[in-house]
Design a protein around this ligand. Structure first.
Ligand SMILES: *Cc1c(COP(=O)(O)O)cnc(C)c1O
Length: 431
C-alpha cells in the first residue's frame, strides 16, 4: 500500500505531467482524463483519490497471479541487487538460460530455441523474420508472404500490422505503407477449408507461413474458434510446406484453460510467440520460440544466414527473474484448476446477460468472459460507470469482457460479473 503522504497529497504530478504524455489508442482532444492510480495489490487497483477498484482485466491480460505477488517481488529484488541488466550479445546469464530451459520444457518437444525480446509486437516481428529467412536460407526467397486471418491482432509495429485484420484493427490508415500479406477469413468448417485449400493451391508457393492466435483472437474482438480449426490448419500447413506460427501472446499461460491454447488442440507449431503473462504482469519481456528444424536452416558457414536481430534489452535479467518466478507459481499453485473454476463461474453467472436487450452473444473460454453488444457503445460512458461501480473493466469495440487474474477470489469475480450485468443493463436502456 502507498505511504500516506501519496494519498493525501493533491495530485500535482498529474497536473504537471499529463500535458506531456500521449496515451495509447486515444483521441487526445476528446478523451476524458485518465484515472490516476498510485498502487496495486492482488486484484485491487488503488486510485490517487483513495478509492479501490477490483480489477477485471489484469492489465491487458498480463497480471495472471494478481498484482505484486510476493514471490515475484522477492525474485526481482534479489536480481536487482546482483545484476539488473547486462547486454545479451556475447554474454549470457543464469536467469535467461534458466528461463529458456523452462520455456522449452513446457512447450512440445520440437520447439527448442528461444529468442528473447522486449515486447509482444517485436516477438511477432522476429517470428515473421525467422519464417521469411527460413525460406531464404533454403534457397526459396520467393516464399516471403504471410497468411493471416481477419479478426486477428498481432501487434502495432509495421510487420505485425501487416498481418492484423486490416479493417477492424487499429491500423487501416497505414494500409498503403504495409507489405501486402494474405489476410483471409478464418476457415471454420469443412466448406471454408475447401476454399482455403483452393487458395493454397494457387498461392502457397509464394507464402512462408501462416500466423494465428490459437482458440481466441484477442484484441481483434475476442472471437473464438474450436481446436479442430487449428488441427486442420496444421494439416494444411504440412501439406503445403508452410510454417505455422502460433501467436500465444494473449492465450498463453493458462488464459484459455490449458497452459497453452495449442495444448488443447494437441498440435505443434513451428514457431510460437509469448509475452503478456510471461513475467506475471510485472515487466516487459517476450520470447519467440522456434523448432529445431527452423533453427537448423540458420546454421551455416555463411554468417549471412544468421538471424539478424538483437534488441538492446533482450533477455533483461530483471524480467527473466520475474518470468522464472512466474513459472514457479504455475508449478506451486493450482492455476489451471483456478481457471477451470473461473470458467464455470463465468458461464453460470454471465448467462443472465442473455436477457438484456442488445446483448447478442456471451462467450466464455477459460478465464475469458465476453459479452457482445450491438448498437452505439458509448465507451466513455461505460468506462466511467464501471469506475463508479468500483471495478476496472475497459470495454472496447463492441464488447465488454473480463480477463481477471487467474487466482482471483470467487467473491471478487462475482462482484465483477454483477457490475457487468448492472452496467450493461443500464446501457441497454440508453437511446
Ligand atoms: C498484445 C498482443 C500483441 C502485442 O504485444 P505488445 O507487447 O503489446 O507489443 C501481439 N499479439 C497478441 C495476440 C497480443 O495479444
Amino acid at each position: 500500500m502507498p505511504p500516506k503522504s501519496i494519498e493525501s497529497e493533491s495530485c500535482t504530478w498529474f497536473e504537471d505531467g499529463f500535458p506531456h504524455v500521449w496515451l495509447p489508442y486515444t483521441q487526445m482532444q476528446t478523451t476524458p482524463p485518465p484515472t490516476p492510480v498510485v498502487a496495486t495489490n492482488g486484484t485491487r487497483i488503488r486510485l490517487a483519490d483513495g478509492r479501490e477498484l477490483i480489477d477485471g482485466i489484469a492489465s491487458w491480460w498480463t497480471a495472471c497471479h494478481g498484482y505484486n505477488h510476493p514471490h515475484i517481488r522477492a525474485a526481482v529484488a534479489k536480481q536487482l541487487d546482483v545484476m539488473p541488466h547486462v547486454m545479451f550479445g556475447g554474454l549470457v546469464h543464469e536467469p535467461a538460460l534458466l528461463l529458456a530451459n523452462r520455456i522449452t520444457d513446457v512447450l512440445p518437444n520440437p520447439l527448442s530455441r528461444v529468442f528473447f525480446s522486449e515486447s509482444g509486437s517485436v516477438s511477432v516481428e522476429i517470428a515473421l523474420k525467422m519464417a521469411i529467412q527460413f525460406w531464404i536460407n533454403k534457397g526459396r526467397p520467393e516464399r516471403n508472404r504471410i497468411i493471416s486471418f481477419l479478426g486477428g491482432y498481432h501487434g502495432d509495429t509495421f510487420g505485425a500490422m501487416s498481418v492484423c485484420d486490416p479493417e477492424e484493427g487499429m491500423h487501416s490508415l497505414f494500409k498503403s505503407t504495409l507489405v501486402e500479406q494474405h489476410v483471409l477469413p478464418l476457415p471454420r468448417n469443412a466448406s471454408d477449408f475447401e476454399q482455403f485449400e483452393k487458395f493454397l493451391q494457387s498461392n502457397a508457393d509464394h507464402c512462408a507461413a501462416v500466423i494465428i492466435e490459437p482458440l481466441v483472437q484477442g484484441a481483434g474482438g475476442m472471437q473464438m474458434h474450436d481446436a479442430v480449426v487449428l488441427q486442420r490448419l496444421r494439416a494444411a500447413c504440412n501439406e503445403w510446406g508452410l510454417l505455422l506460427i502460433l501467436d500465444e501472446i494473449f492465450t498463453g499461460f493458462g488464459r484459455t484453460g490449458a497452459m497453452f491454447a495449442h495444448d488443447e488442440a494437441r498440435i505443434v507449431p513451428d514457431i510460437i510467440t509469448l509475452s503478456k503473462a510471461l513475467t506475471g504482469g510485472t515487466m516487459s519481456l517476450a520470447a519467440t520460440v522456434a523448432s529445431e528444424d527452423v533453427f537448423e536452416t540458420f546454421l551455416s558457414e555463411d554468417s549471412g544466414a544468421a538471424l539478424m536481430h538483437g534488441p538492446t534489452y533482450m533477455a533483461n535479467a530483471l524480467a527473466c527473474a520475474a518470468a522464472n518466478a512466474s513459472f514457479d507459481l504455475f508449478e506451486q499453485e493450482p492455476r489451471l484448476e483456478q481457471v477451470e473454476a473461473i470458467e464455470s463461474q463465468l458461464k453460470e453467472s454471465l448467462a443472465p446477460a442473455h436477457k438484456i436487450p442488445r446483448v447478442t452473444d456471451i462467450r466464455v473460454k477459460g478465464a475469458i468472459g465476453v459479452v457482445q453488444l450491438s448498437g452505439s457503445m458509448r465507451l466513455d460512458w461505460m468506462r466511467t460507470r464501471f469506475i463508479e461501480a468500483g471495478v476496472w473493466i475497459r470495454p472496447f469495440r463492441d464488447i465488454v469482457y473480463l480477463t481477471p487474474a487467474l487466482n482471483i477470489r470467487k467473491e471478487d469475480l462475482s462482484y465483477l460479473v454483477d457490475s457487468v450485468l448492472e452496467v450493461v443493463a443500464e446501457w441497454s436502456t440508453l437511446a
